[in-house]
Ligand binder design. Sequence first.
Ligand code: NAD
Ligand code: TYD
Length: 353
Amino acid sequence: MCVIVTGGAGFIGSNFVLDWLAASDEKVVTLDALTYAGNLENLASLQGDARHVFVAGSIGDGELVARLLDEHQPRAVINFAAESHVDRSIHGPEDFIQTNIVGTFRLLEAVRAYFGKLPADRQAAFRFLHVSTDEVYGSLEKDAPAFNENNRYEPNSPYSASKAASDHLVRAYDHTYGLPVLTTNCSNNYGPYHFPEKLIPLVIHNALAGKSLPIYGDGMQIRDWLYVKDHCAAIRRVLEAGRLGETYNVGGWNEKANIEVVNTLCSILDELSPRQDGESYRTQITYVKDRPGHDRRYAIDASKLERELGWRPLETFETGIRKTVQWYLDNQSWVANVTSGAYREWLGKQYGA
Ligand code: NAD
Ligand code: TYD
């Protein structure tokens, strides 16, 4: 038995692969294009492990995907591969259209052809699990109920629009071709191996480097934060027992304003790695120009997943964020390696000098 994980060298995908192989001996084939966000170092602990095969390549390469499917005969494909950063999608949407829409389409085509050749018993067991985001639902008013699976899709950024399109394709491949699909829509993740362009790892990195901590607009935008390992557990559970063709919202019941998240990070850093001058890291907070079209609030109602499949997050925000800060303090060489030349170019583009 074997599963194929696409995007498994990225933040969530690598946590998923590591957690999977920590709990099971079922082989994983990781397919990843190793963009700026993909990093083989995330999977370094699996070097020489016969249960893991890494393949460098794109989900958009239909021939390669077809070859991998034929060769490894997986019982599931779990699709994490994507361009994932909203700010990058604003600067350059093209890659998001290519990977998230065209790439997912080509992946679905290859999987459909493979699925069609499987005998009935293996077809019955096969799953295509598509990992998506709560951002497809758009932005919530302050007091509106959290997103459930029946909310309308109203994506607002090129990133969320491209993920919404991929979700629709996945749905259509079930409805039209009978491909056994599952979709998860998750809130903002945080934890180990998070690339330091997203809010939480960027703030930890900048704080320790003595740089400013950029808050977009008034800092009162709200996100629902989930520790990455809880997200990975939810995906395993949906893969195991989710009802075919269903979507499941995944969230941490942790709505926080951005400024609150940044203040919490500063307090934990003040305690675990105090500044030499005795000042708080909060003095590095700087308000900067807001993101264009910035979604004000996301919140996930994950009660369907709890009711049907018994999943709940194990970490609270307080426990998860502390573990995360500690991980970054313990893994400064990982941070140094990923914040190389290309990373600095991005900072220049997004935040100016
Ligand atoms: P990430 O940007 O850290 O990783 C994406 C990975 O996909 C990278 O390893 C990259 O090299 C790879 N990739 C990109 N294009 C590819 C292609 N054409 N073929 C193969 N691999 C390719 O992203 P992440 O935060 O780990 O997110 C993973 C998935 O989860 C994405 O689909 C994202 O939309 C979704 N998601 C993320 C969050 C979050 O908070 N990070 C929340 C909900 C859902
Ligand atoms: P991000 O981590 O990019 O995730 P997303 O936009 O997908 O939710 O951003 C989380 C929130 O933090 C979002 O409201 C934008 C904000 N933000 C800042 O205020 N400053 C920053 O430098 C970054 C990267 C994000």
